[in-house]
Design a protein around this ligand. Structure first.
Ligand SMILES: [Zn+2]
Length: 652
């Protein structure tokens, strides 16, 4: 038995040496819609034998197959539940076409939302790590890059968005056939499809690439703030990276209850609709960074792909760094250096907590892969200079395009151009366990007076000048730092600062002196839903006689997509007997309704938390808590299980 296990894993691990899959042409029918039960999922893949073998396989989890044929002739195959294995005496250099009909009912990787109650009616996929094979036969190994030309049948009235270019759309009585075409190969984890009801806005990049911004029909007013700077950042990154955007177009699609912030599927980034914001929401929680990050992946990750998780930083570190460069272009140098300073601090804290690792450890934290990876590039650029750095990145991308890469592939491009041995640099910045915090801060101090000032302004080190810092000119970040350290120093004049300083007041000044009451009340009108939420709560607590006034003033504010202000407002309303005394039942019902399946996971979770705090999770809330346990978002599931257990224990 040991022998069998060994030989099977050996076969599955080394297939890349024997076969190269070239092109997949597949039709996927969403018969969950009961579109047409006579149309089936069909699949065709061309491959080349690299060296003789007695079998080849596709990854295909929990599927059934029919009409399996090799070059149009029936062939011996086996379905072991995870693979479709084809047996034949394959000789090297042979070209073959495998075709079949398949049936899949994916338990992960493809998510169906709102089918029960038609609240959202979306389908979307998440292929990374190795999940695409749950809905589409493919190759879990990232090193085999395939051209995917996918078609879909979906009911009329829905949009279908996938990788590549839409070449035709054929509408029949009940359903529409959408045909997409790619020109270049990619790893299977980057395959994606979204089905939903969308409008879109299209711009064209300076280089002629169509940029499509998808949005829900009801969100037309949020298109501008959500996608702000998209074209500017696209043009900037193409210029900065120095290699033309490698795909036919670029589409960005928000979806409901996504598992992450965003996912860089080739030419079709999917992102969480929590980032769909209005002009006020933009100030606190915008899509700019995620937008640039997923875009940068179209080169770093999709064009060149890390061979294994040991080299994961070649994707996340690069995407994080180039997103920061794009943000530098939009928000300026001070912003850029401050973000780098924050990430150095986070990495330093991680080491102090004893959980830091080498960047090349396949089990490194996200913080390490993303932020330390970005730091490697910032420090390397500082060491070898802009010109060499940019040229090396270009050479690296061109040499390894549509291939898989390792850390040494990138480093040796830099070494060649810089005519330097980078072994010591690699050891300090990538290999050693500890993040070189002092060296990182040294780089920043050399580059930025803004950071020098921020470090100097420290009320924990010396308190004498702190009042002055709030009065005179230091940066908003430095003022916010003083307010966090010594909130008692806030005076009327401090309110005359910008959004971020005022936000710091709302966060740190919880006990409001009567002399600051009027100024504090003005925070309720700031263009920040975080500030409004904090200020409403603090004012309500500090001035009980004015509660009705504060509630009345904020009754039309909803907040972010998780309705942060509205939820607080409902709870405070329930705790203010004199305000809207005849409407308490309706207010309570609204709060409970947000725990329901129609709403996004973050909103449901906050609503459950508030109901728990006010001991108001009764029948409807409890029943919604049960359904939350089977949600696809594991964070909500974990939360729901814990809360249900807690409620069961405190019955009385
Ligand atoms: Zn990423």
């Amino acid at each position: 038995m040991l022998f069998c296990l060994f030989s099977v894993s050996l076969t599955f691990a080394q297939q890349l040496d024997f076969v190269d899959f070239k092109r997949v042409e597949a039709l996927v029918v969403f018969n969950q819609f009961a579109v047409d039960s006579t149309v089936y999922n069909s699949y065709e893949v061309d491959f080349k034998i690299k060296s003789a073998t007695d079998s080849i396989y596709l990854d295909a989890v929990g599927m059934r197959f029919k009409h399996v044929a090799l070059n149009n002739t029936a062939v011996t195959y086996k379905n072991d539940g995870k693979h479709l294995i084809i047996y034949k005496d394959f000789k090297s250099n042979e070209l073959h076409t495998l075709s079949f009909v398949f049936f899949s009912a994916p338990k992960k990787a493809m998510y169906f939302l709102g089918w029960e109650n038609e609240a959202k009616n979306q389908i979307w996929t998440q292929g990374q790590g190795k999940y695409t094979s749950n809905w589409l036969p493919s190759i879990d190994d990232v090193n085999d890059k395939i051209e995917f030309d996918l078609s879909f049948v979906a009911p009329n009235g829905y949009d279908v968005i996938s990788n590549g270019k839409l070449t035709s759309k054929t509408e029949s009585a009940r359903s529409t056939l959408w045909e997409y075409n790619m020109q270049n190969p990619m790893s299977s984890y980057l395959v994606a499809v979204v089905v939903g009801k969308y409008n879109k806005k299209v711009e064209v990049s300076n280089s002629g690439i169509p940029l499509s911004y998808y949005y829900y029909p009801e969100d037309s007013l949020k298109v501008e703030p959500t996608y702000r700077y998209s074209k500017q950042m696209f043009d900037f990154l193409e210029e900065e990276i120095g290699v033309v955007y490698p795909w036919q177009n670029y589409k960005q699609i928000p979806v409901h209850d996504f598992l992450y912030a965003g996912m860089e599927n080739t030419s079709a980034t999917i992102f969480s609709d929590a980032f769909v914001v209005d002009a006020i929401g933009f100030n606190d929680k915008n899509y700019v960074n995620v937008n640039a990050h997923e875009l940068a992946h179209q080169w770093f990750g999709n064009l060149v792909t890390a061979k294994s998780s040991e080299h994961h930083w070649l994707q996340e570190g690069f995407a994080t760094y180039y997103a920061l460069l794009a943000e530098r272009q939009v928000f300026g140098l001070d912003y850029f250096y401050f973000k780098l300073y924050e990430s150095a601090q986070d990495l330093g804290k991680q080491d102090i907590a004893g959980v830091g690792t080498s960047l090349l450890n396949p089990k490194a934290s996200s913080l390490t892969f993303y932020q330390r990876g970005a730091w490697v590039l910032h420090a390397l650029r500082d060491k070898v200079g802009d010109v060499i750095f940019k040229q090396a990145v270009q050479n690296y991308l061109k040499k390894y395009q549509f291939k898989a890469v390792e850390t040494v592939d990138f480093i040796s491009e830099v070494e060649t151009l810089a005519e330097q041995n980078l072994a010591d640099f690699v050891n300090v910045w990538l290999v050693q366990k500890e993040f070189p915090f002092d060296a990182a801060v040294g780089v920043l101090k050399k580059q930025s007076e803004h950071i020098q000032e921020y470090i100097m302004v420290d009320c924990e080190a010396k308190t004498s000048k702190c009042e002055d810092y709030l009065k005179y000119y230091v940066s908003d970040e430095a003022k916010a730092k003083v307010i966090a350290q010594m909130p008692q120093l806030v005076t009327k004049t401090v309110f005359n600062n910008g959004l971020k300083v005022r936000q710091a007041i709302s966060e740190h000044v919880a006990k409001i002196p009567v002399s600051l009451k009027l100024d504090y009340e003005s925070l309720l009108e700031d263009e920040s839903y975080i500030t409004i939420e904090n200020a409403l709560y603090n004012l309500w607590v500090n001035f009980p006689l004015e509660r009705s006034k504060y509630l009345s003033k904020t009754k039309n504010v909803s907040g972010f997509n998780d309705k942060n202000v509205r939820l607080l407002w409902l709870v405070l309303n329930l705790n203010t007997p004199e305000y809207q005394s005849d409407k308490k039942q309706a207010v309570y019902n609204e709060l409970v309704s947000y725990t329901g399946v129609a709403y996004n996971a973050d909103l449901r979770r906050s609503a459950f938390e508030y109901l728990d705090v006010i001991k108001g999770c009764e029948e409807q809330c409890k029943s919604n808590l049960e359904t939350a346990k089977s949600h696809h978002n594991w964070r909500l599931v974990k939360f729901a299980k814990q809360l249900a257990e807690k409620l069961a224990q405190n019955k009385e």
